[in-house]
Design a protein around this ligand. Structure first.
Ligand SMILES: Cc1ncc(COP(=O)(O)O)c(C=O)c1O
Length: 372
């Protein structure tokens, strides 16, 4: 039996809601409104806007910031391409920061050494929904008048000390793409601390038209008023999203069970083979279960070994400071990020998805235990 890394998942009422949508059974934007409400229920009812992807949410944030070429924004090197690429829409310089080895989140100590008078914002990634350092990072940023942005692609519905991930800083963006715990194929939600920026975000996402003025009756027709694009979530995607959000708790419970089962089953083996497992006992989203191999050679051998048992395991991000774009584009600046390089070359993700059966997870565990 083959065990794929990812698999699509039907949570419940997706088809019914899509049908309603196609047959115009509800008022306009019904599912957009319903999804926004459900998101508030499971995460935070802060100012939020459904967008077509986490990447697009980050692009909206970039357009709101209007930084100049004198400004700097710090981003972890161990991150998805969009975590940095979204900011290339603006003029600011992008500086790469190193990560922590245990949680693969940004390293606050390194961050403190690379902040300058020009630093205007820091964008962090809540890797696997780990938010242990968020309070400290947020306090540090506040003390330096630096805006904190959360790339919260992995962290929907996770709380740290009672506060929802994605609401610690100036703004955040979450992903509902095809690999996330809650998915509508492609989608996301943008959070903004400042409610007065919501109209601006809406206009940016509405092709750059003055749609807020138009819909509130302050303008008799809409026209092109600022830089923007087509960033809003479609009603079809929102319908699927609602069906998934309705099952949020059972999805999370299942993923937590699978994640902890990996941890318990592999913990003795990991000590014997010098493999490191992710930290247990910290709040997280149970989005990714990864192992850190002792070297890149081991990681390649592990991936091949698992392939022999028909199990698909995958590395994750390539360190952005080593990318060819980073060398080519002079607005990108890197310091040494040895931990990002280590994560990039030795972190391997095991299959973890909403459709993973106990039988399939056992195949993964049995195969991993045979690796030495
Ligand atoms: C940290 C991070 N940011 C952004 C994204 C992009 O999300 P989306 O596909 O919703 O644009 C991903 C994708 O997995 C990610 O891991």
């Amino acid at each position: 039996m083959k065990v794929l890394f990812n698999s699509k998942y039907k949570a419940g009422k997706e088809l019914r809601y899509l049908q309603d949508c196609i047959e115009n059974k509800n008022e306009q934007y019904f599912y957009n409104r319903y999804a926004t409400q459900l998101i508030g229920l499971h995460s935070s009812d802060a100012n939020r806007l459904l967008v077509s992807s986490c990447t697009h949410g980050l692009e909206v944030i970039t357009r709101l910031l209007e930084f100049t070429c004198e400004d700097e924004i710090i981003v972890p090197s161990y991150a998805f391409i969009s975590s940095a690429a979204a900011f290339t829409l603006g003029k600011s310089r992008i500086i790469f920061c190193d990560s922590r080895l245990d949680t693969a989140t940004i390293c606050l100590n390194h961050l403190k050494t690379i902040v300058t008078k020009k630093t205007r914002a820091v964008c962090i990634v809540n890797y696997n929904g780990y938010g242990e350092d968020l309070e400290a990072i947020s306090k540090y940023c506040d003390s330096r008048e630096i805006l904190l942005i959360e790339d919260n692609a992995h962290g929907f519905g996770v709380f740290n000390k009672g506060k929802a991930l994605g609401t610690f800083g100036f703004a955040s963006s979450t992903s509902f793409d095809h690999q996330k715990n809650i998915s509508c194929g492609q989608g996301g939600v943008l959070y903004l601390k400042n409610k007065f920026l919501l109209d601006d975000a809406h206009d940016i996402s509405n092709f750059g038209a003055n749609m807020s003025e138009f819909t509130s009756g302050r303008a008799s027709r809409y026209s092109w008023s600022r830089l923007g694009s087509n960033y809003l979530l479609s009603e079809f995607s929102a319908a699927i999203l609602c069906a998934q959000l309705e099952e949020f708790q059972s999805i999370q419970n299942r993923r937590k069970f699978l994640w902890l089962n990996y941890w318990k089953s592999l913990s003795t083996w990991s000590t014997e083979t010098s493999v490191t497992l992710p930290p247990v006992g910290l709040e997280n989203s149970y989005h990714i279960f990864w192992i850190l191999l002792p070297s890149n050679l081991y990681a390649i051998r592990f991936i091949d070994h698992m392939k022999n048992y028909s199990v698909q395991v995958l590395p994750h991000y390539s360190a952005l400071h080593l990318s060819s774009m980073s060398r080519k584009w002079q607005q990108l600046c890197s310091f040494e990020c040895p931990t990002a390089e280590r994560l990039s070359s030795t972190l391997v993700r095991l299959p973890l998805n909403n459709s993973l059966s106990a039988e399939k997870q056992n195949i993964v565990i049995e195969a991993a235990l045979r690796f030495s």
